[in-house]
Write a protein that binds this ligand. Structure first.
Ligand code: NAP
Length: 281
């Protein structure tokens, strides 16, 4: 293996330890940071995600509430719960787990969360704050990817970064964060004819598609930093990313594994955002 592994698990642990220290200081002043997590319906994967988030809060000394509702919970009732949490002084972050049942408009729900408590950074106001470099909350996954890149000591200034994927929650905010770090950024997506043409010139590649082998060894410049956001299953049912890890690790300079790369960082950055919301409150 040529590439050095970027250990997201280890980095997330050190970030969570720092969150715990700062949370304890706030708690001692009677201002314990608090996160509310709402889940509607019975999607098993979503229930695992929210359990992990609530457990991470408990481990770092944050107050958390988990509100679980049946799949037929009405949109109006959900909006009323968000309104109540917006006004709850013990809650500094509100997260509504996606996907929501079809009868609920996710945009309405996200926009109902007070911007000051939008620790997922998904609302249009938070997106605008990111775009204009105002101090709002950065979406947790791209924010975590930036921390992973930073951890390598790699200076993004003047480097070429390619993001594969342009979702509102990962690809687009990722591109903006790289741009803010003074990288020259190219965004590829499903209509990009030859992704390898772009990635072969890239010093950094972030793959956020949700499809195996989107990035293979022949598409990577030697020494590049490769961040794999994707979550997929291989033929044996094992978790894997978008990157052909075994091939790309022989060419790249740095690479994140799946699992153990971006995933743990997403939760760590959720804690950071919640803590910072409490510090600002
Ligand atoms: P998404 O909303 O489905 O967006 C996927 C993006 O990939 C779209 O922009 C799409 O392009 C693009 N795409 C699809 N097929 C492509 C192809 N063949 N070549 C190039 N681009 C292609 O997904 P997402 O929410 O951004 O998530 C992406 C992946 O990251 C998923 O596997 C998800 O599970 C994972 N994820 C992981 C974490 C974590 O914490 N580890 C967090 C969030 C997401 P178009 O816009 O043209 O359709």
């Amino acid at each position: 293996m040529t590439a050095q592994l970027i250990d997201g698990l280890a980095l997330s642990k050190s970030i969570r330890a720092e969150v715990a220290t700062r949370a304890a200081a706030l708690t001692a002043q009677g201002r314990q940071p608090g996160l509310a997590v709402i889940i509607v319906g019975d999607d098993p994967a979503s229930h695992v995600y929210v359990r992990n988030k609530v457990k991470a809060c408990a481990d770092a000394g944050l107050h958390s509430v988990l509100e679980k509702y049946d799949a037929d919970f009405s949109e109006a009732a959900l909006l009323a719960r968000i309104d109540a949490l917006n006004h709850d002084p013990r809650i500094h972050g509100i997260l509504v787990q996606m996907p929501l049942p079809k009868h609920i408009d996710p945009h309405k729900v996200i926009e109902a969360i007070a911007t000051a408590k939008d620790v997922d950074g998904y609302s249009t106001l938070s997106a605008g704050e990111l775009m204009t470099q105002l101090p709002g909350f950065r979406p947790c996954t791209p924010y975590g990817c930036m921390k992973l890149i930073e951890s390598t000591g790699f200076d993004l200034r003047g480097k070429h970064a390619v993001v594969i994927g342009r979702s509102n929650t990962v690809g687009k905010p990722m591109a903006l964060l790289l741009l803010q770090a003074n990288a020259t950024v190219t965004v590829c997506h499903s209509a990009t004819p030859d992704i390898g043409f772009h990635t072969r010139q890239a010093d950094v590649v972030v793959a956020a598609v949700g499809r195996r082998n989107v990035l293979t060894a022949d598409m990577v410049k030697p020494g590049a930093v490769v961040i794999d956001v994707g979550i997929n299953r291989n033929d044996e049912g094992k978790l894997c990313g978008d990157v052909d890890f075994d091939g790309v690790k022989e060419v790249a300079g740095w690479i994140t594994p799946v699992p153990g790369g971006v995933g743990p960082m997403t939760i760590a950055m959720l804690l950071v955002n919640t803590l910072e919301s409490a510090e600002r409150a």
